[in-house]
Design a protein around this ligand. Structure first.
Ligand SMILES: Nc1ncnc2c1ncn2[C@@H]1O[C@H](COP(=O)(O)OP(=O)(O)OP(=O)(O)O)[C@@H](O)[C@H]1O
Ligand SMILES: [Mg+2]
Length: 297
């Protein structure tokens, strides 16, 4: 059975939280799309950090699933958008949360107009359409979801849809990618060995200073000196990781600060609002991070 239409809402859809990309833009309104329309048509800007593009491409060519590890705001989602564009595959992203069940991924029967109809979940749609299915923060999802992805992520490459009495065989183009952050999640929520050992793993981190400056310039149009100072500030905050901060400033926060500066906000105020306040609520820590910002600008 093929899925004709699906109602997509950026924040909530049929209990899935999906982000759909069409024509290079994230949708902000409820729209009706077919899986083949979840395409990234404009090349997303992605600055390579190492050999991740080559490795992902090789994994995709060999039908191997991929695991992206790394801290928040370091480019994992941007990388997936770029790879979807590069490989010319639709990208279906599911942001996992602790209520996400296997039915949310695979599908369920719904009552529509007095009739019971089967509605594919995002994972089933991705398999049928040979898309890239990206499960963001996969360890947040309920445990039964891993049972569902296991047969898809080994050489069987099948999706058992028990409630629908169907066994979906994944086409070669289908790719499973998952992300998780080893730092934030508790041991209880760590990925099981039987899950992680099915994946080719790619480690992401904040890029080297020159590359990060390049990203900030490209994303915000600030001048080279401002980008250099923003990256310097970020590196200072990253040194506070484990000494009062759970995490230092991400590339994402630098992009936010750069955008504020580019809109005319004073650099110190931009660093406070976009970086310091985003990092911590602790008054002393806040003061310390703000002092770093003022010392740089
Ligand atoms: N290598 C990169 N090339 C281009 N832009 C990048 C890169 N790394 C980070 N960015 C910038 O940082 C922003 C945040 O990146 P992204 O959303 O991909 O982070 P993430 O790793 O998916 O974070 P999270 O784990 O919180 O979802 C991007 O929107 C982009 O502006
Ligand atoms: Mg992301």
């Amino acid at each position: 059975m093929s899925l004709a239409v699906v109602i997509i809402d950026r924040t909530h859809c049929c209990s899935h939280n999906e982000r759909i990309i069409q024509h290079g833009f994230r949708m902000t309104q409820a729209r009706t799309l077919k899986p083949e329309e979840y395409t990234v048509e404009t090349e997303p800007y992605y600055e390579p950090i190492g050999s991740e593009i080559e490795v992902f491409e090789a994994a995709w060519n060999n039908q191997l699933p991929v695991l992206l590890k790394g801290p928040t705001g370091c480019g994992k989602t941007r990388f997936m958008e770029y790879m979807a564009w590069r490989l010319k595959r639709p990208l279906i992203t599911v942001s996992c949360h602790d209520d996400l069940t296997s039915s949310d991924l695979v599908g369920r029967y719904l009552i529509s107009g007095g009739e019971t109809v089967w509605v594919d979940g995002p994972l089933a749609r991705a398999v049928r359409s040979g898309s890239i299915c990206y499960l963001d923060e996969v360890v947040e999802a309920r445990k039964d979801t891993t049972v569902v992805i296991h047969p898809l992520c080994d050489d069987r490459r099948v999706l058992p849809m028990e409630k629908h009495g169907e066994l979906l065989e994944a086409p070669d183009e289908f790719c499973m990618a998952i992300s998780y952050n080893p730092g934030y999640q508790s041991v209880l929520k760590d990925l099981k060995q039987s899950t992680r050992q099915r994946f080719v793993a790619l480690e992401f981190d904040y890029p080297q200073a020159e590359i990060e400056q390049k990203i900030v310039i490209r994303e915000t149009s600030v001048d080279a000196e401002t980008a250099r100072l923003l990256v310097k500030f970020a590196e200072m905050t990253r040194n506070l990781k484990g000494n009062g901060l759970d995490e230092g400033a991400s590339t994402r926060l630098l992009v936010h600060a750069g955008k504020l500066i580019q809109s005319g906000v004073d650099p110190v105020a931009a660093c406070t609002s976009a970086v310091s306040q985003a990092l911590t609520d602790d008054p002393e820590m806040l003061q310390a991070v703000n002092a770093l910002g003022s010392s740089v600008f």
